[in-house]
Design a protein around this ligand. Structure first.
Ligand SMILES: NC(=O)c1ccc[n+]([C@@H]2O[C@H](COP(=O)([O-])OP(=O)(O)OC[C@H]3O[C@@H](n4cnc5c(N)ncnc54)[C@H](OP(=O)(O)O)[C@@H]3O)[C@@H](O)[C@H]2O)c1
Length: 189
């Protein structure tokens, strides 16, 4: 009998020191202003390591506005989790790159496992939180910028239970970025 492959979830995200991934209006000027985007801090290696990307709908909409009709920046298939969008909402120039799904995270990763996805990049605050709460995130690479913005959209939120992590690696970059790589310790219960 063949073993069912399970796709694992992986996070690579930038936050402010006070834990926000965007301002309330979705602005990421704090990210762009720090002269950090030109510094290679592992994104290329990370994106090469995944089979595809799962965005929350709000992250997808921000990306869509940022690229407008410009070149789509993602070299891997993108799945957008949404209960409000359908595939008919995808602009025609992206229909071969982006797909909408209303699956719950567990069912989505099971379906992707059948398509031979081994590793999925999970992105967007609410989305990361829902995958974390379902025990579907294997590790997180969190790049912290040395800035406090006071309020915004948080990376983390309510949890169903405590989630313990193991720090695998921590790196300081010349621009002032601090990057921490955490592995989620699986709850044996
Ligand atoms: N700093 C960074 O590196 C970074 C990275 C990524 C994103 N961001 C920023 O983060 C902001 C968006 O994050 P966010 O936390 O507000 O939202 P998000 O996670 O991007 O999107 C949330 C939406 O995704 C859909 N969704 C998520 N989980 C779902 C589930 N389990 N089942 C069905 N649908 C689900 C829902 O869409 P529907 O309402 O359509 O159902 C939900 O409203 C943006 O401003 C973006 O620019 C920053």
């Amino acid at each position: 009998m063949g073993r069912t492959r399970v796709t694992t979830g992986h996070v690579f995200i930038a936050t402010t020191l006070d834990g926000y991934i965007a301002r309330k209006d979705h602005a990421i000027d704090w990210l762009e202003n720090q002269g950090t985007l030109s510094e290679e801090h592992g994104y290329t290696k990370f994106i090469d390591s995944v089979d595809g990307i799962i965005f929350g709908r709000k992250t997808y909409e921000v990306v869509l506005n940022l690229v407008a009709d410009g070149e789509w920046p993602y070299p891997k298939p993108v799945i957008v989790l949404s209960r409000t969008l359908t595939n008919s909402n995808i602009p025609s120039h992206l229909t071969d790159k982006v797909e909408i799904s209303n699956h719950n995270p567990t069912d989505l990763l099971a379906a992707l496992g059948k398509k031979d996805w081994k590793r999925a990049y999970i992105d967007g605050g609410i989305t990361i939180q829902s995958f974390l709460n379902e025990g579907l995130i294997e590790d997180l690479i969190i790049t912290t910028l040395p800035v406090l913005i006071g309020e915004g959209i948080p990376l983390f939120g309510p949890t169903n239970q405590d989630i313990h992590l193991q720090l695998i690696n921590s790196t300081q970059y010349p621009s002032g970025l601090a990057q921490s790589h955490y592995r989620v310790i699986k709850n044996e219960a």
